[in-house]
Write a protein that binds this ligand. Sequence first.
Ligand code: NAD
Ligand code: LMR
Length: 333
Amino acid sequence: MMLSSLPARFFSTSAVKESTKVAVLGAAGGIGQPLSLLLKSSPLVDHLSLYDVVNTPGVAADLSHIPSKAKVTGHVGAENLGEALKGAKVVVIPAGVPRKPGMTRDDLFRVNAGIVKGLAEAAAEHCPDAHLLVISNPVNSTVPIVAEVLKKAGVYSPKRLFGVTTLDVLRARTFVAGKKDVDPTTLKVPVIGGHAGTTILPLLSQNSAGVTFSDEERDQLTHRIQFGGDEVVQAKAGTGSATLSMAQAGAEFTEALLAALNGSDGIVECAFVESPLTDAPFFASPIKLGREGVEEILELGQITPFEQKLLDELVPVLVKSAQAGVDFVNSSE
Ligand code: NAD
Ligand code: LMR
């Protein structure tokens, strides 16, 4: 979905619209730059605040020449992080290192856990009511890290913390549409679980076009969606992971959330949130977004025995990844 083609309900005239500051942390990076470009053109953003440890003044100056509503400010270095965050309604976090071929997302934990923890501490101090959208990997652990930091600061709300799994949904739509000759722009495929390999579970049986699959097609599609990130990592051959498709995914999720916060009704997106659906403390599934963030975590609906088996296998992995995040915060005090 192009941002400019968001459904009309996103711009409902009955919606109450407040001034909206969106901060991007890691804004000079491979995801941060195209994500900021897309958000600069969003009619739902009044102030785009760009933070990174390098290069943000240049990125901000560049984007500021685009004639759209959002004012752009650039903030570089830890001493300017507070200013970048102050008053932010939404904070999007793509800060951290990406994978190289041969690495798993968990291999990024060593570096990214500390980066995300530091940024969450700053958000807890400077914008405690903001909605935090975590892109940095491993999402299955970085989201629990942010939750734990916010809990310790006494400002945690499960309605306002999201791991961004929209790229898994974009891949599911694209790959299914490619195989079955349906329109990817209107197709819906829920993707549940987490954001790493076999923790990613596309519910192909619930695709909105009602297309059916042979067992072989189902197995191939499921595997391709689960390991879509690896396709890009391999193709980029050591220079990084998905950035452009992730920017599109991050902008789509940010805009959907902003629209819901502004009062647009009936917005459902998949995201990795604190969830009662399984034994895992955090779990991705379709959620209804509202004026306060997570309004309702929707039931999973009817799933096939194949999907149930994969679900049973992935839940313990998510439990372990979440615990690693909690342990990291508690051990680094
Ligand atoms: P990148 O290296 O191109 O950019 C990361 C940026 O983060 C850099 O500009 C760097 O300076 C900045 N940074 C580092 N430490 C920082 C700090 N303390 N504060 C602020 N900024 C800091 O990497 P990328 O390709 O943009 O990927 C970023 C992250 O997103 C990676 O962890 C990657 O695995 C993850 N990712 C997640 C998804 C998803 O679906 N959730 C998809 C793609 C990538
Ligand atoms: C993705 O799914 O593309 C990201 O999580 C980046 C990666 O490491 O694969």
